[in-house]
Write a protein that binds this ligand. Sequence first.
Ligand SMILES: *[C@@H]1O[C@H](CO)[C@@H](O)[C@H](O)[C@H]1NC(C)=O
Ligand SMILES: *[C@@H]1O[C@H](CO)[C@@H](O)[C@H](O)[C@H]1NC(C)=O
Ligand SMILES: *[C@@H]1O[C@H](CO)[C@@H](O)[C@H](O)[C@H]1NC(C)=O
Ligand SMILES: *[C@@H]1O[C@H](CO)[C@@H](O)[C@H](O)[C@H]1NC(C)=O
Ligand SMILES: *[C@@H]1O[C@H](CO)[C@@H](O)[C@H](O)[C@H]1NC(C)=O
Length: 298
Amino acid sequence: MNNKEDERADTGAKEPYFWNPRTHEFLGRTASSWGLILLFYLVFYIFLGGMFILTMYVMLLTLDDYKPTYQDRLATPGMMIRPRSEAMEILYNPQDTESWDRYTEALDIFLAPYNNSVQVQNNDDCLPDNYFIQEDSGEVRNNPKRSCQFNRTSLDACSGIIDRTYGYQTGQPCVLIKLNRVIGMLPGKDGQSPYVTCGAKRYKVGQDEWKEDADAIGELAFYPPNGTFNLMYFPYYGKKAQVNYSQPLVAVKFLNISVNTDVNVECKINSNTLTTGGERDKFAGRVSFKLRITSSNN
Ligand SMILES: *[C@@H]1O[C@H](CO)[C@@H](O)[C@H](O)[C@H]1NC(C)=O
Ligand SMILES: *[C@@H]1O[C@H](CO)[C@@H](O)[C@H](O)[C@H]1NC(C)=O
Ligand SMILES: *[C@@H]1O[C@H](CO)[C@@H](O)[C@H](O)[C@H]1NC(C)=O
Ligand SMILES: *[C@@H]1O[C@H](CO)[C@@H](O)[C@H](O)[C@H]1NC(C)=O
Ligand SMILES: *[C@@H]1O[C@H](CO)[C@@H](O)[C@H](O)[C@H]1NC(C)=O
């Protein structure tokens, strides 16, 4: 036992903790002790902040404005449809305009930038079936890069120009398909453009029971011909380098789809460089959706 504690024991008085006037301690520490602690933390945090700023600075130096530094090595991109809904369903009655005009309106908005006039103004008339390569030569940037025209009229019966209702009014609806953008992707070799095919989707109905609506899907038509995504729209160099890029589209028109029944459709990409995902990645290179056309006059 030291003397201090002896003293305390003697007087029986409790030393005030918050401010001790006798020892000049604030919360149990003297002013110089507090000063040292504050100084330590000050130096410590300045050091940490400095480290953070330095790391960020070095990282930003290594970033390229035009290319993502890290991109998932996704072999095959996903596909998406237009008109799109949360449930991936297109349900309507041709006789009831209000049941389908939201679909045609969505397509009108989506296709507006593809108007020939807009495409001719913004983009180049490229050589089909060849990649439109515009590499940078070393450190010299070849930016901005040009893009190829994708004319709205190449969607023909699904362009909304000949038939302003995209076939919805006659029960022969068009669905547009796009391939998600992947920078630098080369989707075909030997001049063979990838193309889209659609068919009835096999789906599970019971424990080990599968079903497909093959009889109900009817004949299909594809636009542009053969449902191709022409090679001239690839590779894609990114939003910043290729400002006017128009994603190529494929339209599928259901010419004789059965009415008053659900038709589960799956479309997929066919390419000699991309593989469609199997069970492991169900969304790679494929998209599925449900169509149901109701008709009262049967
Ligand atoms: C695109 O063309 C359609 C049909 O010809 C027209 O109604 C629409 O106004 C055009 N949009 C633009 C942005 O040029
Ligand atoms: C993009 O489109 C604008 C408007 O037509 C045009 O002035 C510009 O040159 C185009 N840029 C590129 C890189 O194609
Ligand atoms: C797009 O249409 C314009 C005329 O409207 C035409 O001159 C041009 O060649 C077309 N481009 C492609 C790639 O078909
Ligand atoms: C469509 O495919 C057929 C058969 O593969 C081919 O003969 C035809 O030239 C293709 N058409 C176009 C426009 O690519
Ligand atoms: C349309 O499909 C029905 C069966 O759903 C079939 O009986 C009919 O022959 C088809 N019509 C054409 C033109 O293919």
